[in-house]
Design a protein around this ligand. Structure first.
Ligand code: ADP
Ligand code: ZN
Length: 755
């Protein structure tokens, strides 16, 4: 009987394809190995998913495999089956999912292989690309004419403006046609392209002296013992490590990894933003030496590939990175750690929309590895799993440094208490005085405001019109940098500030509200002797963020002003004051998770204060001090908040008390988009689960951000307590997609996070 094999090719089609294996190749075709196959008129690289003996279906002539590329599987079996499960759970094409797990070089298009003279025939291995120059694209200061850019060029430009310079190969992972897009942008003078050697990896720039593991405190020791125990079990438990900020969770991670390595197994460590956690990497290096794979976006394609190979061969057993580290080909995986598991960045919001925290549990489970999710403010999802006994909860109730206590938190009611000497409404008198005090004592302060730019809106004082983006339904933010310009924070459009109101033509435009740029300026003017710096997406990414944080640690900054970037797990010993400028802005998103997110932010940023012997102080400014998230944050009572929020969620029937799938529908034409969403909702309603109301179909409705990059957005939300029913109904609704107008884009988002 002929041997058949199922091959996933890197195309966005949901299914795999069958090929026949010629007898000469039968011995060398293995699941997880790459093969060269004819696909349409092209030759492409595919990954073997499975082989089976049998005949081709009646009347079908299967093409033979052209060549076997890998004698050994390029993906470990455990990882391959994990990818297949992920693909099916998220309704994501297996070819797309494989792209996440294979570096570009490993799935390089066939023409490159042919050019290397390695085809046709059986290839021993793909040549490695190394030590060569790579092309970077960098945004210039030039501004495009409104409306000249569309599609991938506009998206690529937005991404470059948000991130600064990026290797073109990185862009290609997001946009298939990035090279053409960059070429167009370069011809318009909007980006410049430069070829050069990639920089050496900043994470390993300085040598790191070996550290001496501290004696664990009682709670840490108990947590370590449980994890150690699990590492020896055949079907180990998964853990939720719930420890207050500064309680020594990282030390527990380090011990767990040591235990894992001692058993000859490997580990994956996921953190929200690797660029913001150089300190964590240093601690890992101090403990384990430099045999770590740090996977981050600053790596050149060849470094990334080299790193991937070292992990794949087992030369390196610990991989650290952001969400994509879940795809690291660690062999004999023993441990999967997720630090700050509540963080929203673990959800990928484009392409394959997976949740890395959920997938960490899945991959660990399938690999019989231990999973540890750690946080000071665990997600309601994880807390609920712990209550159901699916996660074992480990608690670290106290700060690890003997003298360090949790900071004192007070609120300032912005409705009653006026501005301090700066005159700015958002720098209240108590906050001003506290800043004075901390500066006088030679201590550091962090001011958190989740608004970038100078002023969040530009308003006409005579007619009240707010300047909004032409392509998105959001207000434009005024940025003072580069001569003063208005910018859209969603599509990154940027243009000059007009002299008059677009609506009533009156020359009475005023800047309203406070952004980090203006806050930095306000504080610097009010405290001329203070060294003030800012950390947000406009001034810093990756290496620049690290440099600012290093200055902060070295005591070269007195006041650090910034967005969410300042709330991440930085361990800064001399920070004694944290000011939250406007808690309401963080707590008022149109999302059922708004309160949970806002609370997490408040607790995380408050956790930056008083981490050593000096007591810390936190001031939260708000117009509604009575709201539960603020009240519970004041008392550092995470457990009580979780209790309260779980009760609220149970009442409204949102996750974790139900599951959701979201269809995101958008088109340039509003009616076209609305109609398409209607078709999907109708399909969902006719499914058996929809008819029996086991699955609720909510919508179609306009998305909270009704228009983005010129496209009108609608959504259909499916909700159910029954996971299988939700899946079935989602499948029925998804089956409608091929019938929908080609101008419409439809995306299925399982377990959506951004609403
Ligand atoms: P978390 O990850 O929970 O925020 P960290 O692991 O960063 O906490 O610990 C906070 C601080 O306490 C760090 O400076 C760390 O070195 C220190 N620390 C952790 N565990 C111990 C311990 N058992 N004894 C002394 N210091 C410790
Ligand atoms: Zn816009």
């Amino acid at each position: 009987m002929p041997l058949l094999c199922e091959v996933a090719v890197p195309v966005p089609l949901a299914r795999a394809f069958s090929y026949e294996v010629p007898p000469a190749l039968a011995a060398s075709v293995r699941p997880g190995a790459r093969v060269l196959v004819e696909f349409g008129r092209k030759k492409v690289l595919g990954v073997v998913l499975a082989t089976s003996e049998g005949d081709a279906p009646e009347g079908v002539r299967l093409k033979p495999i052209t060549a076997v590329v890998d004698p050994e599987p390029v993906l470990p079996g455990e990882l391959l089956s994990f990818l297949r499960e992920l693909s099916s759970y998220y309704f994501a094409p297996i070819g797309e999912v494989l792209r996440l797990a294979l570096p570009a070089v490993e799935r390089e298009d066939v023409r490159a292989l042919e050019a290397q003279g390695e085809l046709p025939g059986t290839l021993s291995r793909v040549k490695q690309v190394g030590g060569r120059k790579i092309a970077y694209a960098r945004p210039t200061d030039a501004v495009e004419e409104p409306g000249v850019l569309r599609g991938q060029a506009a998206s690529a430009l937005a991404l470059l403006r948000a991130n600064g310079e990026m290797p073109i190969a990185r862009l290609e992972e997001k946009f298939g046609n990035a090279r053409a897009a960059v070429k167009k942008l370069a011809s318009l003078g909007l980006v410049v392209v430069e070829e050069r050697e990639p920089p050496r990896d900043a994470f390993f720039a300085r040598p790191e002296p070996k550290d001496e593991p501290p004696a664990l405190n009682e709670a840490q020791a108990a947590a370590e013992a449980r994890i150690e125990g699990a590492l020896s079990e055949a079907k180990p438990a998964a853990f939720l490590l719930f420890g207050v900020t500064g309680s020594g969770k990282t030390e527990v991670y380090l011990r767990a990894i040591a235990g894992c390595l001692a058993r000859g197994r490997g580990a994956i460590v996921m953190v929200p933003e690797i660029a913001l956690t150089p300190q964590l990497v240093s601690r890992f290096r101090a403990r384990f030496g430099d045999d770590l794979a740090v996977l981050h976006s600053g790596l050149s394609e060849s470094d990334r590939h080299a790193m991937w190979k070292r992990v794949r061969t087992g030369a390196v057993r610990v991989a650290i990175g952001a969400r994509s580290a879940i795809f690291a080909p660690v062999t004999n995986l023993g441990l999967v750690l997720v630090d700050e598991e509540h963080d929203g960045s673990f959800k990928q919001e484009e392409g394959v929309r997976y949740h890395a925290r959920d997938m960490a549990l899945l991959r660990a489970h399938r690999a019989s590895a231990v999973a540890v999710l750690g946080s000071a403010t665990p997600s309601l999802e994880s807390v609920q799993l712990a209550r159901q006994g699916k996660l074992v909860e480990l608690r670290l109730p106290d700060r690890a440094h003997r003298e360090a206590t949790l900071p004192e938190v007070t609120t300032v009611d912005l409705r009653r208490i006026g501005p301090g000497p700066t005159g700015n409404k958002l720098v209240s008198l108590p906050l001003h005085r506290a800043l004075e005090k901390s500066l006088a004592a030679g201590e550091q302060a962090i001011l958190f405001l989740n608004r970038r730019g100078f002023a969040p809106s530009v308003v006409c004082e005579s007619c009240g019109h707010v300047a909004t983006c032409l392509s998105c339904s959001v207000a434009l933010t005024f940025h003072r940098a580069r001569g003063g310009r208005m910018r859209c924070h969603y599509c990154d459009w940027e243009g000059p500030m007009p002299a008059a109101c677009a609506e009533c033509k009156a020359p009475s435009l005023a800047l309203e509200g406070l952004g980090t740029e203006r806050l930095e300026e306000t504080i610097a003017e009010a405290f001329p002797a203070a060294r003030v710096a800012r950390l947000d997406r406009d001034v810093a990414d990756g290496a620049k963020a690290e440099a600012i944080l290093a200055k902060m640690r070295a005591g070269e900054i007195d006041v650090l002003v910034g967005t969410q970037m300042v709330t991440k797990g930085h361990d800064l010993g001399n920070v004694t004051l944290v000011g939250v400028l406007n808690a309401d802005a963080a707590l008022s998103l149109p999302d059922f998770r708004a309160s949970e997110r806002g609370f997490q932010l408040l607790v995380q940023v408050a956790g930056r204060a008083g981490r050593r012997d000096r007591p810390g102080r936190v001031i939260i400014q708000t117009r509604n001090p009575a709201q539960p998230a603020v009240q519970f944050a004041m008392r550092h009572d995470v457990s009580a908040f979780l209790e309260h929020e779980l009760a609220d969620r149970a009442e409204v029937g949102y996750p974790p008390f139900s599951r959701l799938s979201l269809f995101r529908v958008d088109a340039l034409d509003e009616d076209v988009a609305r109609r398409a969403a209607g078709v999907i909702a109708a399909h969902a309603k006719t499914s058996p689960e929809g008819q029996s109301r086991v699955v609720e179909v909510l919508g179609p409705a306009a998305a909270p951000l009704a228009r983005l990059r010129g496209r009108y957005r609608f959504r259909v939300l499916l909700r159910s307590k029954d996971r299988r029913a939700l899946r079935a109904a989602t499948q029925v609704a998804a089956a409608a997609i091929p019938e929908i107008d080609r101008r419409v884009r439809v995306v299925v988002d399982m377990d959506p996070v951004a609403m």
